[in-house]
Design a protein around this ligand. Sequence first.
Ligand code: NAI
Length: 326
Amino acid sequence: STTPLKVAVTGAAGQIGYSLLFRLASGALGDRPIQLQLLEIEPALKALEGVVMELDDCAFPLLAGVEIGADPTKIFDGVNLALLVGARPRGPGMERGDLLSANGAIFTAQGKALNEVAADDVRVGVTGNPANTNALIAMTNAPDIPQNRFSALTRLDHNRALSQLAAKTGASVNDITRMTIWGNHSATQYPDLFHAEIAGRNAAEVVNDQAWVEDYFIPTVAKRGAAIIDARGASSAASAASATCNAARDWLNGTPEGDWVSMAVVSDGSYGVPEGLISSFPVTTKDGDWSIVQGLEISEFSRGRIDASVAELADEKAAVTELGLI
Ligand code: NAI
């Protein structure tokens, strides 16, 4: 279709936005024209105007138009895809409850606005942290939008896991399939290579080094965000933008036959994850809908790690319930 895909990006003047907008406009989602609808808070609108000047200056053939503003009911009007990137980072001396309330205010308002004005086919991807719980808040505040239209980003963790496994084995990332991130997008996440394949061979068998899996692979993937802050003095931005594009493209266009991706989606109770939590699973996508890959055997080792991350999600849900956000 040549009708532009209407894509909202929140926090568009931020670090991730500065990479994401240019990827979207240059065709990261496919060759359909796109209309960008960019949401920021008032004080950041001037900086966003500068970014829009740069988008203009790229003369992207696929960019059909750009609208900016601070009112979500205007910016989300008719959007087919909403990428919720903007969030309140944890400031000095901020307690977890403060962080959850500050983000709760953002994601309740945005969930309500999407409910009111988004297109009937809207898909909502949450990148802003705490991503799983922010997605839960937006979903709960948008009762007319089907729950399977919400997801939180664990694709960056998934890509980090692919890259670490490729480096360890000398394989190309192109040869690795069926990687899984389970649970929360946080340090408790469980990157699971036991079902992954390298050129069709079981990845754990190729690696054949349980100590590497436990002591290097899992913590390196789970703590990669902190390592990047340490090295760069700023949190991952280009890689987060890239993963946001990968996740949206696969959601809309489908996963390749024989492979799957990681997405945090609302649980139906699969793999013992309590119904209603937004937790990362192995998923396949087709025609804009995802389904959780069923029937994987979960070892005792994996079970413990999945349960620990899911317990953290349940805890975050209890905290935002207590704050009256959902
Ligand atoms: P940033 O601080 O550079 O940009 C955030 C932008 O959001 C700011 O421009 C701010 O003005 C805007 N914003 C704040 N409240 C808003 C609201 N109510 N409506 C619209 N815009 C609003 O942060 P950065 O580096 O771009 O990261 C954004 C978020 O993504 C953070 O929460 C970060 O923790 C998260 N993140 C998530 C990753 C993931 O894998 N899920 C990976 C990396 C970052």
